[in-house]
Design a protein around this ligand. Structure first.
Ligand code: GP9
Ligand code: MN
Length: 431
């Protein structure tokens, strides 16, 4: 245990990326609203089908100068899908190589997660809004270990009949019906909304759509655009509420896609819609499609714009902490602040493949930025890629050790109090 922890701390310490002073504290004291865009991929942004914009509201947000938009941001989930994404966003620790941290270890492990950190450092209250049963992905245990004060799960909403699809309450209803709870939270709050309607295989009731679907040979691919469009409308409605309530002006709104919606097999039917052909589609193309949105919207702040740096879900918490004026030094977090000049742009996938601004590495194959395979890399390129490969493996392995050996129970950052899960009882919260 001692030796493992020493190794982890040495890595974390040399990997630490100090904040950019221009960004540090930029959003200090604001409410934080996290919006989890289920299965939402970056290629949907600015995309058109039959002349219709798929996501007009998100496109607008993406190009707004009040938004920091990251077109080179990747999901990094494994089999834990949504729960892996949540785990990275909340803790900046990776999911597991197999299974889900939430279900495998989430009931007993020690977490040093965003709700507790923001609660202790910024006096934030905290809540999750999700229209599915609380036991899904073991959330009702994990959230207590993360220090979430409130979890508004399906118990708190009317989910009967055509109000729900597949994984719970439809997104428009989730946002609408959450308002009465949101308004009771003490400010500043850290609130997360987990949407569900844009979930495989992307069914929608006729009453919920006005979008003319594409006509590829794969129904799943076609439907994906319809549910993404529905989600976009739900977001527009929610922002309208935020503005009219006044919450908007003193909030930071962070939106992210949790993972791909379309699989590598479905990408072959998708390819023509992206102006590419199924015949020349490659592993490189599949890797590029693992981009998901990350947008950090700061109303009233007009120095945002498109941020080209490469990053992934592991980097969100350090970025958020620094925007709020909380230094992540001393925390066991594997990501680095996207705005830091020292930000690490090697983006690890959970299977050890990785993407950098110049190369994509899949197993032993190296692709350049144009997607061409580099069959005879120069000696210096080979050395560089090998170094990055080693770094990716080390980082994932150390993260696995933290999870599997529950190392955080032996390490408490200076000034942080371990979470007492018994303090939380979601059935009683705010009702
Ligand atoms: C269910 C939802 C879906 O509550 O978050 O999880 P996923 O299937 O995407 O992992
Ligand atoms: Mn998901």
């Amino acid at each position: 245990k001692g030796a493992d922890l020493t190794k982890v701390l040495a890595f974390i310490d040399q990997h630490y990326a100090a904040p950019d002073p221009q960004k540090y504290g930029l959003a200090k004291g604001r409410n934080v609203i996290i919006i989890h865009l289920e299965s939402f991929q970056q290629f949907l942004i600015d995309d058109k089908i039959h002349g219709q914009e798929v996501t007009p509201f998100l496109n607008h947000l993406y190009h707004d100068d009040q938004t920091f938009s990251f077109p080179n941001f990747f999901h990094q989930v494994g089999q834990g899908k949504t729960s892996d994404a949540e785990n990275m966003l909340e803790t900046s620790v990776y999911g597991l190589p197999q299974g889900s941290v939430f279900t495998a270890l989430g009931s007993d492990n020690t977490f040093q997660a965003a709700p507790a950190i923001l609660g202790q450092k910024g006096n934030y209250s905290s809540a999750v809004f999700h229209g599915n049963v609380g036991s899904f992905w073991n959330r009702n245990s994990v959230y207590k270990n993360m220090g979430y004060q409130n979890f508004f799960d399906a118990n708190y909403f009317k989910t009967q009949g055509n109000r729900s699809l597949q994984y719970g309450l439809k997104d428009k209803l989730l946002f609408h019906d959450s308002i009465k709870y949101l308004e009771q939270l003490q400010q500043p709050f850290y609130a997360k909304f987990i949407t569900v309607t844009n979930h495989f295989p992307f069914p929608l009731d006729d009453e919920d759509t006005d979008f003319q679907l594409p006509d590829t040979d794969d129904k799943v691919v076609n439907q994906y655009f319809g549910t993404a469009h529905y989600l976009d409308q739900a977001l527009k409605e929610f922002f309208t509420y935020l503005k009219s309530s006044g919450l908007y002006d003193n909030s930071l709104i962070l939106l992210y896609g949790d993972h791909y919606g379309l699989s590598n097999k479905e990408n072959l039917s998708l390819a023509p819609l992206l102006g590419q052909s199924a015949e020349t589609w490659s592993s490189y193309d599949n890797a590029q499609l693992q981009r998901v949105p990350l947008m950090i919207h700061l109303p009233g702040q007009h120095h945002g714009g498109i941020q080209e740096q490469y990053g992934g879900e592991i980097d969100v918490l350090p970025t958020l902490e620094h925007l709020l004026g909380i230094d992540n030094k001393g925390y066991i977090q594997f990501g680095t602040d996207l705005f830091s000049p020292h930000h690490d742009q090697v983006v690890a996938f959970r299977n050890n493949n990785f993407v950098t601004p110049t190369h994509t590495v899949i197993g032993d194959t190296i692709y350049n930025h144009a997607g061409d395979e580099i069959t005879h890399p120069s000696k210096s390129l080979r050395q560089k890629i090998n170094r990055q490969k080693k770094q990716v493996r080390t980082e994932l392995q150390l993260s696995d050790t933290v999870n599997n050996k529950n190392l955080l129970r032996f390490y408490t950052p200076v000034g942080f109090k371990p979470v007492a899960p018994e303090n939380y009882d979601y059935k009683d919260s705010l009702t």
